[in-house]
Design a protein around this ligand. Structure first.
Ligand code: GDP
Ligand code: MG
Length: 175
């Protein structure tokens, strides 16, 4: 329930990043509190809503997840249209997905609106021993591109709520 005087923000959020980086898993963890070791690559529903209560605002997220289109390394303009926030995901155990994530950021900078709130997400932080991408590499790229950076694990739930909370705070303060 929204408190009196509490602002309600409706925001379209899009997920981008290579296949297998954990986009669907991040959303399912946030929206349903679930995780699957064998997440189906394409699931029927690619649209979710979730309400997040912040101290001074309530954010209603319309979350657009890809249903496998990212394998073509670009997404239709309607996917980005009207988005207030974008989450770019890579997998810390794959340098290739980090390299691709930087390309996804460029695509967003071309397609998205200029005041898009962007998060650069290093997922699968639980795979420490298999790490190929150092935290600092992600942090530095994010900083250079005006994005905020966070390392997450959809598997252990580390920093998942924090990710969406941060986005909500950015949306609230930039309104
Ligand atoms: P998507 O293609 O980007 O949507 O990626 P999925 O969400 O389908 O995840 C791809 C695979 O990575 C699945 O087998 C997931 O179980 C696994 N996965 C997703 N997130 C994590 C994570 O944080 N840690 C680990 N260890 N595996 C993950
Ligand atoms: Mg997926």
């Amino acid at each position: 329930m929204a408190r009196p005087g509490n602002k309600i923000i409706q925001a379209k959020l899009v997920l981008v990043g290579d296949m297998g980086t954990g986009k669907t898993s991040l959303v399912l963890r946030f929206v349903k509190g679930q995780f699957f070791d064998h997440q189906e690559p394409t699931i029927g529903a690619a649209f979710f809503t979730q309400i997040l209560s912040l101290p001074e605002a309530t954010v209603k997220f319309d979350i657009w997840d890809t249903a496998g289109q990212e394998r073509y390394h670009s997404l239709a303009p309607m996917y980005y249209r009207g988005a207030a926030a974008a989450v770019v995901v890579y997998d810390i155990s794959s340098m290739e997905t980090f390299t691709r994530a930087k390309k996804w950021v460029q695509e967003l900078q071309r397609q998205g609106n200029s005041n898009l709130v962007m998060a650069f997400v290093a997922n699968k932080s639980d795979l420490g021993p298999k790490r190929e991408v150092e935290t600092e590499e992600g942090e530095q790229f994010a900083q250079e591109n005006g994005m905020f950076f966070i390392e997450t694990s959809a598997k252990t739930a580390e920093n998942i709520n924090e990710l969406f909370y941060e986005i909500g705070e950015f949306l609230h303060t930039s309104e």
